[in-house]
Each structure stands twice: as C-alpha cells, then as structure tokens.
Design a protein around this ligand. Structure first.
Ligand SMILES: CC(C)(COP(=O)(O)OP(=O)(O)OC[C@H]1O[C@@H](n2cnc3c(N)ncnc32)[C@H](O)[C@@H]1OP(=O)(O)O)[C@@H](O)C(=O)NCCC(=O)NCCS
Length: 186
C-alpha cells in the first residue's frame, strides 16, 4: 500500500477544494471516529446553515468528490483577562475581542490510510477564510474553539500543536470542553 500523503498548505489545493455545504453533498458516506460528528453533518448541519446558525465547509477530494473533512464556522467573541490582552498587545478597555469560531471540526476516518494532517489543513483553511473573506467586512482577531475533550481528551493536544492556547478567563466553567484561541495576526 502507498504511504499516506501529508496534506499541507502548499499541496492541499492539488487534492482538495473547500466547498460550502449544499443539499446534494454526499454527507451519508462520511465516517468519523466520533459518530456524533458524522451524525451532525448528516442530520443538522444543513438546517443550521439555513437558519444562519452555523456555516459548514466541506473538504472534498478533487478526484472523487468525497468529503474528507468538514468544519462548521460561527461568529464569536472571546473574553480575555488583562494579562491575556497584554499577551496579544491588545490594549483596549473592553474584554471581548471578536473571533471566528470553529464550532465543529472532523476528519473522515475512511481517508486515514490515504491522507494525513487533514485536521491541521482545515484549521489553515479556517484562518484563510477569516483573513481573506471575513476580514474585509468584519473584524475577527482570533480563531476560537471549544475543544471537545469529552469524546477524546487528545483533541487538546491537537489544538495546542496547531498554536491554540486555553482561554484562562472562561476556563473551569465547563468540564466537557476547553475554550481555546489562536491569534490570526501574530
Ligand atoms: C480532531 C481531528 C479533527 C484531528 O484531525 P487529524 O487529521 O487527525 O489531525 P492532524 O493529523 O492534523 O493532527 C496534528 C497533530 O495533532 C495530533 N493529534 C490529532 N488528533 C489527536 C488526538 N485525537 N489525540 C492526540 N493527538 C492528536 C496528531 O498526532 C498530530 O501530531 P504530530 O504533528 O506530532 O504528528 C480528528 O481526529 C477528528 O475528526 N476527530 C473526531 C472529531 C473531533 O473530536 N473533533 C474535534 C472537536 S473539538
């Protein structure tokens, strides 16, 4: 068997395109290590998009059109302590800084033998959308996520490897998730 291709920001375009979820997308075939994330894509994502609650982006293989990963994005604001604001050199009197939140993110387990680093590539794509598509119209300084440690404690390491840090201001209030942020401009 051929070794899996490591997907990077340099080669991703060769294999995939990012596409907004549509009613005819092949969501039924999507399989994920956490079945709840496949169920969300099948059963809820389109309604959430129609209701303007979350927009879902699919990473589709150019060769066959299959969905190899997806993410759902929502507008967000992150509350930062004075020390956290200082870290980002954000010297403003208000606490809440605008952000774009990754509300859902999942990579298809059926493609693990073929591609690696799809999750990391999706975070890169979310950052690109924030910088190029959101930014001209509306500010979003951070990417945020509530890392879902209930289903898999390892996702904390995944987000940390991708540069996210825990939000101190809101930590400890929820146990099933860890609120995290990534500064898009530093
Ligand atoms: C979380 C998820 C999207 C990561 O996607 P992925 O394509 O496997 O991640 P990557 O290959 O880009 O991982 C980057 C690094 O994080 C590590 N990592 C990824 N997932 C991890 C996990 N669950 N536990 C520990 N480490 C993990 C990888 O080993 C890799 O480390 P390396 O650079 O040292 O090799 C994927 O595992 C998934 O779909 N999980 C189920 C749904 C889910 O939990 N989503 C997150 C909700 S907040």
């Amino acid at each position: 068997m051929n070794a899996a291709v490591v997907i990077t920001r340099e080669n991703g375009d060769r294999y995939f395109h990012l596409e907004r979820l549509t009613a005819d997308a092949p969501v039924e075939a999507f399989r994920c290590t956490v079945p709840e994330y496949a169920a969300y894509l099948r059963e809820e994502a389109l309604r959430a998009q129609t209701d303007h609650v979350a927009v879902t982006w699919l990473l589709r293989e150019k060769a066959g059109g299959e969905i190899t990963a997806y993410m759902s994005l929502v507008a967000d604001g992150v509350k930062l302590s004075n020390a956290e604001k200082e870290l980002h050199k954000l010297h403003y009197p208000f606490k809440t800084i605008p952000a774009l939140k990754i509300a859902k993110l999942a990579a298809a387990e059926t493609f693990r033998q073929k591609y690696r680093s799809l999750g990391t590539y999706m975070i890169f794509q979310a950052g690109t959308l924030a910088r190029n598509s959101v930014n001209p119209y509306c500010a979003a300084r951070f990417l945020t996520v509530d890392a879902d440690i209930e289903h898999d404690a390892g996702v904390l390491a995944f987000y940390q490897k991708n540069g996210f840090v825990p939000n101190i201001e809101v930590s400890g209030k929820r146990r099933k998730t860890i609120s995290m942020r990534l500064d898009l401009y530093r």
